[in-house]
Design a protein around this ligand. Structure first.
Ligand code: GLU
Length: 486
């Protein structure tokens, strides 16, 4: 078998979408499984929709996901991607070749003329296909149009390709994921391959590039199936070998509409900013189409690669369950070592002054707050009371716990006693037990006693282990906060 060469070919018209990340991952996995090469190509033929910011986001996101590409132009010891706008001089000669072979022709129609044709078709309730008005222009007619200042586009002649390579109007191919797919060529319509400004259209550039880059399998979303038929016709007309195609089902939101911002994050960088772990994200994204043969969904990329068979990918759509991603992320957070978690949480603690805590106190804070974390950014709101002299008390805590009739009594007694305590966790544990016992005898529930202290010290009714909080804050801060509350 020839070497497997696959590619991911994003258009930089936005930040790297999680759906494109899935396509990249499946190509990467396919290459890994087959000892192949995985290539990145930036498809920026549409200058208006392209921006450098998006290109950078695509690089950074792919790298962050561990989906770096295997080849490309050398940029200082690193591979750059292939970029279509840097290859504009390559495409015209292939278009010219198709014109010479009779599979393409110059089209002088103006946007207004084409619009009128479309309107006519709509009026007659017909699917629009180009009229082929320009296919048989004589040299003189063309000269005349040129003299008018018209610049021609180049169109592919579907009927010529059909006559040359097919006995019927049905174009078929065997999709690696979906099985046999077909399309009636009469409905395709002659499509533009070179625009009048001399740049290639997507369908043309993609074929020339895939041909020149010797791409063996094209794995991409099913929204490209209609393009695939056009692309096959171009390969045939060029006399080039046709790669295999595999089209993945779409990724839908939980409400089965197209996944969009209103459902939550959609760009890889957004997920990372929110504190999803890369390993969790990659694992989750793989499950949008791939299923593990042993039923165990939590898997590393290497394990997924071993178990990856393109023919077994789901041909239908996948639902992007944010809840499942959250669950999965929490599982991955639990698996992190304390040291690793401490590092990963730092970007989400920037609003606090970490230098207030010793290394040991920081470790303990993370240890006692990690359990409920779903995403790393949850830490931001989980720990404000570990920082600063004072604490902000939630309104409901003021009117509820702190307003309770026994609170004042409990807090006063606490200050009196705590003055003499040593603030290590073990001592605190015993002292608080005694303290609860003391009030229990007076008919105050242990829960109530602890609520009052927690409310005064943290401003909340829920949170991490109380002894740990008190020990981390230290005697002075704790007593100050309780006195302030009183
Ligand atoms: N540039 C296309 C896109 O972003 C993908 C092209 C392809 O995979 O053939 O949708």
């Amino acid at each position: 078998m020839e070497q497997v060469r696959v590619r991911i070919a994003p258009s930089p018209s936005g930040n790297l979408h999680i759906g494109t990340a899935r396509t990249a991952l499946f190509n990467y996995l396919y290459a890994k499984k087959n000892n192949g090469k995985y290539i990145l190509r930036i498809e920026d033929t549409d200058a208006e929709r392209t921006s450098q910011e998006y290109i950078d986001n695509i690089f950074d996101s792919l790298k962050a996901l561990g989906l770096s590409w295997d080849e490309g132009p050398d940029v200082g010891g690193e591979y750059g991607p292939y970029t279509q706008s840097e290859r504009f001089d390559i495409y015209p000669k292939y278009a010219q070749m198709l014109v010479e072979k009779g599979f393409a022709y110059e089209c002088f129609c103006t946007p207004e003329e084409l619009e009128a044709e479309k309107e006519e078709a709509t009026k007659n309730k017909q699917a629009y296909v180009y009229s082929k008005k320009c296919e048989n222009l004589t040299e003189e007619e063309k000269e005349k149009l040129r003299a008018e200042g018209r610049k021609p586009a180049i169109r592919f002649s579907v009927s010529k390709a059909q006559k040359a390579f097919h006995n019927s109007s049905m174009l078929k191919f065997n999709d690696l994921v979906k099985g046999e797919l077909h399309q009636d060529m009469d409905l395709i319509g002659d499509f533009v391959i070179m625009k009048s400004n001399g740049t290639p259209t997507y369908n043309f550039a993609v074929v020339i590039d895939d041909m020149l880059m010797k791409i063996s399998q094209i794995i991409r979303g099913e929204d490209h199936i209609s393009n695939t038929f056009k692309q096959i016709l171009i390969y045939e007309a060029l006399g080039a070998e046709i790669p295999q195609f595999g089209h993945l089902g779409m990724i839908l939101a939980p409400d089965r509409s197209k996944l969009s911002k209103r459902h939550g994050a959609t760009a890889v960088s957004e997920f990372v900013e929110k504190g999803y772990l890369i390993d969790a994200l990659v694992n989750f994204v793989a499950l949008l189409g791939w299923s593990p043969s042993d039923g165990n969904e939590i898997k590393s990329v290497d394990e997924i690669a071993q178990d990856f068979r393109i023919g077994e990918l789901s041909a239908s759509n996948s639902i992007f369950e944010y809840d499942k991603l959250n669950w999965m992320n929490s599982q991955y957070i639990k698996k992190l070592s304390l040291e690793e978690l401490k590092e990963r949480l730092k970007p989400f603690l920037e609003k606090y002054d970490l230098s207030e805590l010793t290394e040991e106190q920081y470790s303990r804070m993370v240890e006692v707050t990690r359990e409920p974390l779903t995403i790393l950014s949850d830490i931001t709101d989980a720990v404000p009371y570990f920082f600063g002299e004072n604490v902000e008390i939630e309104e409901s805590v003021k009117t509820d716990v702190l307003a309770a009739e026994n609170s004042k009594k409990v807090l006063k007694e606490f200050v009196e006693r705590a003055k003499n305590w040593s603030f290590d966790e073990e001592t605190l544990h015993h002292k608080l037990e005694e303290f609860r016992g003391f009030f229990k005898e007076q008919g105050i529930k242990p829960k109530e006693t602890m609520w009052a202290i927690r409310a005064a010290v943290t401003g909340r009714t829920r949170g991490a282990d109380m002894c740990a909080i008190l020990a981390i804050l230290g005697k002075d801060k704790v007593i100050k906060r309780v006195n302030q509350c009183l």
